[in-house]
Design a protein around this ligand. Structure first.
Ligand SMILES: [Zn+2]
Ligand SMILES: [Zn+2]
Length: 216
């Protein structure tokens, strides 16, 4: 301390300036932060929050499997969308009629309606063609419904965007399907992208990667 006070003031100024310049020089080599913008996101658009798996447990599995976004729904009610590190969590509701099931996604400003598993619902081509008009997209594949979740027979009946969804009821359902969506990492952008058709459904081959000890 004594030595510092004896330094000439010009030397102190030079020291301070040097430190500032060194700091600036270092900062020039720090890469700029990644700009936000749209990209292809791995999304799960139909995961139940009121079934046999806890929401946080399911979200943890989806995060582990590299998903970017998950829509959590209740049967006939909107599910809360908890925050989860690394995931966009979207509030959703599966409206279940006698035959028709429609998943509705709700963002801050945007909403969309998805016709769920038409083959499992045994919709006639005529009913499908009528009902899909009231939706923005539909599930061509539903993992939970297995073979009856393959709705590709309806593909020629509409030009609406096609999605693939797990319809998660247990840990074993997680990771069978995904829909890639070109959007920014927020619920409104994802929902808008679904409505615009910037989507690509995918079935993930092989056994479900998650293990469910309650089933083994
Ligand atoms: Zn359903
Ligand atoms: Zn469902």
């Amino acid at each position: 301390m004594q030595r510092m006070t004896t330094l000439p003031s010009a030397a102190l100024v030079a020291l301070v300036n040097g430190a500032l310049l060194a700091g600036l020089a270092i900062s020039w080599f720090v890469p700029p932060p990644r700009t936000s913008g749209p990209g292809w996101l791995k999304c799960q658009l139909h995961a139940h929050a009121d079934a046999g798996v806890g929401v946080m447990e399911a979200l943890g599995e989806y995060a582990r499997l590299g998903y970017d976004a998950v829509a959590v729904c209740n049967h006939n009610g909107f599910a809360a969308a908890p925050s989860f590190p690394g995931l966009v969590v979207i509030s959703a509701c599966e409206h279940q009629g006698k035959q028709l099931h429609v998943v509705e996604l709700r963002g801050t400003r945007e909403r969309c309606r998805i016709l769920a598993h038409p083959a499992w619902s045994r919709l006639s081509p005529k009913t499908f063609s009528t009902e899909v008009k009231h939706c923005h997209a539909w599930e061509i594949v539903n993992g939970f419904c297995g073979a009856r979740g393959d709705s590709s027979a309806y593909a020629g009946l509409t030009g609406k965007p096609r999605l693939a969804a797990d319809d998660t009821h247990s840990l074993a359902d997680i990771g069978r399907t995904a829909t890639w969506i070109y959007a920014e990492r927020n619920a409104d952008s994802i929902i808008a992208a679904i409505r615009a058709g910037r989507v690509c459904p995918a079935v993930i081959p092989g056994p479900a990667p998650a293990r469910d000890p309650r089933r083994n």
